[in-house]
Design a protein around this ligand. Structure first.
Ligand SMILES: *Cc1c(COP(=O)(O)O)cnc(C)c1O
Length: 418
């Protein structure tokens, strides 16, 4: 029996845990000789496909040269190359690149930068604003700025207090009014949001107009605007960044998942010059005190630099447009089926909610769907009753049709049986 305690896995349920031996493109190959289609990009990380030759080659070459080195006061070529690449690709106002290892740490760093900015410029502001249903990670700070619920109830005594604005309904006036009031009344330090799509919250979409208006309100009240593009970045919403669609440039930007094409654990928090300048001093007490052992690991940075080269040299945007069109066609067809509610698509992400024929939401549907998809050789992991497809951009037309076929069968089997 394996000694491994898996993440987000209830071992008491005894669900099978397949062993994956290798992968290429959008396919995973298991030890029991199954070919599984990775329809959720291995939890939203894989962008160009598994084992992209260019990324694998960069990792191989870097591993032969320099495996790891302290990053406090030292640097290396892959980090310099990746930082320069990010400066070329991301909004020019984001002048500084801070490395860490995961989406959660990228967000922790963003929160610390925001608080550091206000501490060092003497504004007296420290309160954080967040959006209802958000997810920003599983560490204590990121849980604090995320939705409270079953996932973090036992740790509630450790979570700090934040101001919450509601998720937009209709034209989003509810959100904007609440944000305006919070900015006026509580003098917050920063607002952190997932731009356009709340991922773990259930693939909830809101409009670029609301995103833009939120950023404008923050600017008017000198509240830092933190964009957590850990999931939405690297093309998922159709553009490189979701913020682009609202012509928003955040003060602080969090990137992870697709930063290395999804191949290695690496994250960056990009900051505007004023945020950096607030920490810049001959006074050591204003140093940005954050590091982890593997900050800017050279092999991971080499994978990140290869990802940027792929964005520069390959028709990534065309692949995203093609996948988006196929996702739209799929969601249009699925929307006619019984059990499908709120069919929606943003960029490369398609989602819908599953409802009982009588219109009520089914309980325990998620686990049954999960089991169905596993047996159908599909990596699809519903969020509660929300089924979504978020594939690598290389997903072939044939495999896309297989994904759709599995969803249709799942609806027939699981929903009809309910
Ligand atoms: C996944 C995710 C995170 C956390 O990233 P990890 O690398 O899993 O720590 C943070 N924010 C958003 C929006 C995410 O989707």
């Amino acid at each position: 029996m394996s000694a491994i305690w898996h993440p987000f896995t209830q071992h008491g349920l005894g669900e099978p845990i397949p062993l994956v031996e290798r992968a290429e493109g959008a396919a995973l190959h298991t030890r029991d000789r199954r070919r599984v289609i990775d329809a959720i990009s291995s939890w939203w990380v894989t962008t160009h496909g598994h084992n992209h030759p260019r990324i694998i080659e960069a990792v191989r070459e870097q591993a032969l040269r320099l495996d790891q080195v302290i990053f406090a006061g030292w640097t290396h070529q892959p980090a310099e190359e990746l930082a320069a690449g990010l400066r070329g690709l991301m909004p020019p106002a984001l002048t500084r690149v801070f490395f860490s290892d995961s989406g959660s740490t990228a967000v922790e760093v963003a929160l610390k930068m925001a608080l550091g900015f206000h501490a060092h410029t003497g504004t007296g502001r420290s309160r954080l604003l967040v959006m209802e249903h958000s997810y920003h990670g599983d560490t204590i700070g990121t849980m604090s700025v995320g939705e409270r619920g079953v996932f973090n109830a036992p740790y509630d005594p450790l979570l700090f207090d934040v101001g919450t604005i509601p998720f937009p309904v209709g034209d989003g006036a509810n959100t904007l009014e609440a944000l305006e009031a919070a900015c006026r009344d509580s003098r917050p330090a920063a607002l952190i949001v997932e731009p356009l799509i709340l991922g773990a919250g259930g693939m909830l979409f809101y409009s670029p107009a609301v995103l833009r208006a939120m950023a404008e309100i923050c600017r008017a009240h000198e509240v830092l605007f933190i964009a957590d593009e850990v999931m939405t970045g690297w093309g998922r919403t159709g553009t490189l960044l979701a913020c682009e669609q609202a012509q928003v440039v955040p003060d602080i930007l969090c990137l992870a998942k697709g930063l290395t094409g999804g191949s290695m654990p690496l994250a960056v928090t990009m900051a505007s010059e004023p945020v950096y300048a607030a920490h810049w001093s001959t006074d050591r007490s204003k140093t940005f005190f954050h590091s982890s052992s593997f900050t800017a690991n050279p092999i991971a940075c080499a994978a990140g630099a290869a990802n940027i080269a792929i964005w520069r040299d390959e028709p990534v945007r065309e692949r995203i447009a093609t996948l988006g069109a196929r996702q739209q066609a799929m969601i249009d067809r699925l929307s006619d089926l019984p059990g499908v509610a709120n069919p929606r698509r943003c960029g490369t992400i398609a989602a819908f909610d599953v409802v009982a024929p009588d219109g009520g939401y089914l309980s325990s549907l998620g686990p049954r769907l999960l089991a169905f998809f596993r047996e159908a050789d599909m990596l699809i992991r519903p969020l509660g009753n929300t089924v979504y497809v978020l594939p690598p951009y290389c997903l072939s037309e044939e495999d896309h049709a297989r994904v759709e076929g599995a969803i249709v069968r799942a609806l027939e089997t699981v929903v009809r049986a309910a």
